[in-house]
Design a protein around this ligand. Sequence first.
Ligand code: ADP
Ligand code: MG
Length: 359
Amino acid sequence: MRFHVVVQTLKGNIRVFCRVRPLAPGSSDVEKLESGQPVLAFPPAGDATTAGVELTASNGNKNTFTFDQVFGPTASQEEVFEEISLLVQSALDGYKVCIFAYGQTGSGKTHTMLGTPDQAGLIPRAVEQLFTAARALEASQGWTFEMKASMLEIYNEEYKDLLGKGPPAGKKHTVTHDERAGMTAVSHLEAVECADPKAVRALLERAARLRAVGATAANERSSRSHMVFLLSIRGANATTGQRLNGMLNLIDLAGSERLKTSGASGERLKETQAINKSLSALGDVIAALGSREAHIPYRNSKLTWLLQGCLGGDAKMLMIANVAPTLSAANESLCSLRFAAKVNATEIGTARRSTSFAK
Ligand code: ADP
Ligand code: MG
């Protein structure tokens, strides 16, 4: 625990993981080039706190990357969660946390974030861990916690409530930031209180059903929209007067495959522009934070506008670059790994907790 805190501080508040999905469930293989060279390999990184991944393109060119963690095709959901559980836990200490799944369609983002009933992903595991930890703190240390969850889709630069009915006719969701409290509010957004294990289970079942829809009819749309799971945590300690506001955002990003606007028209063109715009806006915000620019362009997309209170000096960020293990995906995998490497090279200040003492 101590060690984790030290490493985190030295590295700033951004971490980047890479996860390679299996070719088929249970398989440990990745595809091979004609030369027999696997398209992805896992060379050691040379130090104990990072890991390497090497991509060989169809022309034989090798590209090696180093990230904080690299998960190969056999890594379980549990192993991935183990590496983020301390980060998740810090939301209960009053930190703002964002975890992104980035990658082309079919690379394993939704599997990583939501998973399946028998292979639960990060969202259900995170909610359960926080719920259990909050109850333990309440029982032992005089805290009371209020945890509320929402799910939001961002499609064509518009917010859509995935759990509730959304705004009344003629109205839109609006995002407001209370800088003093360090909290973000979205109007007309359903927030489900995670008050007991039953409520938590019901919420996760709703999330799982949404995913089931995603796998069939709306899959096209789910690959072309961002899905944001927001958990806001308000804590108060009756004994010490301490208060805290934590936020955990888990984001299943739209497919990062390069989409050409040429030839696209109508709805398709609009979708394409919206995805290109918001993914590049995310990269721009991270870059601006890293170079400590005075102006951070949060306004340039609905995604960065929503998350602005949780992206930056005080907040912690993790990006998981998901890649497919196939030759046909190699070019897109290279783009994803390059994007992730850029994020990894960014250094963002030291996280501060959002706590205060009532007078
Ligand atoms: P994305 O959300 O990036 O489009 P998905 O998460 O839907 O990709 O993954 C594509 C397919 O691969 C799905 O059928 C999913 O169940 C499967 N899959 C992805 N990652 C894994 C994994 N680590 N283990 C087993 N199956 C996986
Ligand atoms: Mg998906």
